[in-house]
Design a protein around this ligand. Structure first.
Ligand code: NZQ
Ligand code: ZN
Length: 384
């Protein structure tokens, strides 16, 4: 096992009815800015629950944070937060709203051009405190310190992270997910699955509990994913999905092990160029990534085949191929297409995707730093 420091300060308040406890989580004299997306929290009643819980506090709402939140929109929220003397942010929504709120929290206190937080990875020294009410199990943003922000004008989608941008708390009420369209449930399952794979499917370092924890989360997703699509109001299924997605990216399974993240970086470029959902890009890239890098991931692919998919028959190469196929079949069973052609893209933009990776310095990705632009090109080509 590798050396590590693990510290996660986010308080999780889990279960049906827990939105009412917001009153106890937020300072009584706070001036709150509720941040949200395009309206789902109004139609499903979550916003009304939040407002009731805030009681007499002064609050304002900033809506319109879009999927793949943009710098342009978030800077409008920064201006509003300053104008209204806001001192606490409350993100109510999915990963885009929470990521966007992390950026707002940092940008309000940032000296200089806030886009540098993304483009130059400028250090975030301070951020406004914020909490979240999660309505979409997928990203893990509710219990981590990262975010991914897009710049519409530049066509960029870039990640940032900081010790200052952990949520103070996150409320996870599985009933808030009942209103999710099937596409977003499917996206969430695929995203969480790939988060686990990025931290698990690298090379062995004898990290037994991280491996078994990761395998347990993966197996749980293979069970609850299809159930969540088939039974939208099954509380137990939604609860298991929600907690699994949080644990997939709260730092626990990634502590002390090598991490990959090349699939995510190649996926971000597809979203920036073609506007695909984040999880759709992962479903396209991951099977291709595993196929192209099967030699450097051989030992872990064999472990994954046996422990997650129960594949024990055949030669090593046959078992690895079967595990990659099982992964692709699972994503397709979740109704998420796994080829660029499923989204009418094909191979036409591979040159542009590679140029963008180069512009963003993504030239030595993966757990060994050996995913060069040439390897990335092979992955995109394999994914056509
Ligand atoms: O905008 P509203 O009206 O709220 O609708 C949203 C949005 O259209 C809708 N939705 C959310 N909760 C709902 C609901 N509709 C009905 N009922 C509900 N309960 O779902 C749509 C998608 O929402 P979004 O927040 O974009 O989805 P997701 O949670 O998948 O977040 C994706 C974003 O997170 C980033 C991605 O890159 C992407 O920008 N990621 C963040 C990570 C992190 N912070 O650690 C890691 C991930 O790898 C990922 O990159
Ligand atoms: Zn992701």
């Amino acid at each position: 096992m590798q050396n590590f420091t693990f510290h996660n300060p986010t308080r999780i308040i889990f279960g049906e009815g827990q939105i009412a406890t917001l009153d106890a989580q937020i300072p009584a004299n706070a001036r709150v800015l509720i941040t949200c997306g395009g309206g789902s929290i109004k139609s499903n009643g979550v916003l009304a629950q939040v407002q009731a819980a805030l009681g007499d506090r002064a609050w304002h709402v900033f809506g319109g944070i879009e999927p793949n939140p943009t710098y342009e929109t978030l800077m409008e929220a920064v201006a509003l937060a300053r104008e209204k003397n806001i001192d606490f942010l409350l993100a109510v929504g999915g990963g885009s709203v929470i990521d966007g709120t992390k950026f707002i929290a940092a940008a309000v206190k940032f000296h200089g051009e806030p886009w540098d937080i993304l483009a130059k990875q400028a250090e975030i020294r301070d951020a406004m405190p914020f909490g979240s009410v999660l309505t979409l199990p997928a990203t893990g943003s509710e219990m981590n310190n990262g975010g991914v922000i897009s710049h519409r004008a530049k066509g960029d989608k870039l990640p940032f992270r900081s010790e200052a941008t952990y949520p103070v708390f996150s409320v996870l009420d599985p009933t808030t997910t009942y209103s999710l369209p099937p596409r977003q449930i499917a996206n969430g399952v695929v995203d969480a699955f790939v988060h686990i794979v990025e931290q698990y499917l690298t090379y062995p370092v004898d990290a037994r509990v991280q491996d078994r924890f990761a395998e347990g989360l993966l197996i749980t997703l293979t069970e609850v994913g299809p159930q969540a699509l088939a039974e939208p109001h099954n509380y137990a299924v939604r609860a298991n999905l929600m907690w699994t997605a949080t644990l997939a990216l709260n730092g626990l399974i990634g502590a002390g092990v090598p991490q990959d993240w090349a699939t995510h970086m190649l996926g971000h470029e597809i979203t920036a160029l073609h506007g695909l959902d984040h999880a759709q890009t992962l479903a396209i890239v991951l099977p291709a990534m595993l196929s192209v890098r099967r030699e450097s991931k051989r030992a872990k692919l064999l472990q994954y085949a046996e422990r997650v998919w129960n594949i024990t028959e055949g030669s090593e190469d046959e078992r690895i191929s079967a595990a990659i196929t099982a992964t692709r079949v699972f994503f397709e069973r979740m109704t998420v297409g796994t080829r660029l052609r499923d989204y009418q893209i094909g191979g036409r933009s591979i040159g542009t995707l590679i140029a963008k990776l180069e512009e963003h310095g993504m030239t030595a990705l993966g757990e060994h730093g050996d995913v060069t632009l040439e390897v990335s090109r092979q992955v995109y080509q394999f994914a056509v």
